[in-house]
Design a protein around this ligand. Structure first.
Ligand code: CUA
Length: 356
């Protein structure tokens, strides 16, 4: 315990002042960092805190519990830090002249704050995690719908094996019941995540992981690859279209149909350009001799919402840009640029637009 010595008041005051500035600086850094992190989230990002299905809602609840406990611990620790930084000043004005008495809270405080409270918090989080895992586990009734999704650099093959439907980068599901999704990868490790409907799960080559998707209401939900998988990882996206049982059944029935035979001369010319090009070595169009399986199945290309795995809207202009040079939109992807004349491109577009 130090006693106030004559002549040292000046030094002690500036020491306390620098401590005060340090405290204010720390608070400013925390506030600044918090604001910066909030500012990082673009408003269009699908948020896991805006769940649209029972499974995602359970994950969001767990997140809020962890956030609440974390925030409570943060506030208590910051309060104690501020007390430590500024609380000493009162001692300085103590009539006994005590300036540097350490806050001696004793071993009991260390036992309670350092061991018992953290153990209780971990136990609470553990119990809520067990509850979440139980909700996310396989449903009691076997799923009436199985969808297989295979991740590739950088797109998604989507298959409905029992209905013999293959599509890409777009998953249709009926609302109100869990749908079984079997996931694997054709090359490197990817990760399947629909923030508003379910939690993340890895897609590993040579292994099948299963997850259940469940949407409570109709809508289009964005999905992303959540594991770095190469230069276009950020542009490996997809959409989940949740619809009523009737809409879903109608969609499945349409997807089962082969591509229509062209009637219009321009469309027929477009089909000849397509079937006479290298396109057919990578892409499949059911009902034609295009049977490639290195890229997305194009049988119902025109019915999809996006192109390039969720990257651009599916419209004529974007499709033309993608065909002419997909490397400018998604550098590094496996589709090469094409060398078509203007009229050839128009004919090809006319054909691809009939693939509803
Ligand atoms: Cu696939 Cu990241």
């Amino acid at each position: 315990m130090a006693r106030l010595q004559p002549g040292c008041c000046q030094g002690m005051t500036s020491h306390s002042l620098s401590r005060g500035r340090l405290g204010i600086g720390l608070v400013a850094i925390f506030v600044g960092l918090s604001l910066a992190l909030v500012g990082c989230a673009p408003s269009t990002t699908p948020s896991m805190l805006d769940p649209r299905g029972p499974r995602a809602a359970e994950i969001a609840s767990l997140w809020w519990i962890m956030f609440g406990l974390g925030a409570l611990v943060f506030l208590v620790v910051m309060g104690m830090l501020l007390w430590g930084l500024f609380g000493r000043r009162r001692n300085q004005q103590d009539e006994r002249g005590v300036i540097d008495e350490p806050a001696n809270l004793g071993p009991r405080f260390i036992t309670v704050a350092g061991a018992i409270i953290p153990a209780v918090i971990i136990l609470i989080v553990f119990l809520f995690t067990l509850r979440t895992l139980a909700v996310l586990a396989a449903p009691n009734e076997p799923s009436r719908l199985l969808i297989e999704v295979v991740g590739y650099q950088w797109w998604w093959e989507v298959r409905y094996p029992d209905q013999q439907v293959t599509t890409a980068n777009e998953i249709h599901i009926p609302i109100g019941r869990p749908v079984e999704i079997a996931l694997t990868s054709g090359d490197v490790i990817h990760n399947f995540w629909v923030p508003q409907l379910m939690g993340k799960i890895d897609m590993n080559p040579g292994q099948t992981n299963t997850v259940w998707l469940e949407a409570a209401e109709p809508g289009v939900y964005y999905g992303v690859c959540a594991e770095f998988c190469g230069i276009q990882h950020a542009k490996m996206q997809f959409v989940v279209v949740a619809e009523t049982e009737e809409q879903f059944a109608a969609w499945l029935a349409r997807q089962r149909q082969p591509a229509p035979e062209p009637v219009d001369p321009l469309v027929r010319q477009g089909q000849q350009i397509f079937l006479g090009s290298a396109c057919i070595y990578c892409h499949r169009v059911a009902g034609t001799n295009a049977t490639g399986n290195l890229g997305p199945d194009l049988t119902h290309l025109a019915s999809r919402l996006t192109l390039g795995a969720g990257v651009i809207e599916n419209n004529r202009g974007n499709l033309a840009g993608w065909i002419v040079n997909p490397q400018t939109i998604k550098p590094g992807n496996k589709m090469p640029a094409t060398n078509l004349s203007g009229p050839e491109l128009q004919a090809l577009l006319a054909y691809l637009e009939t693939l509803q």
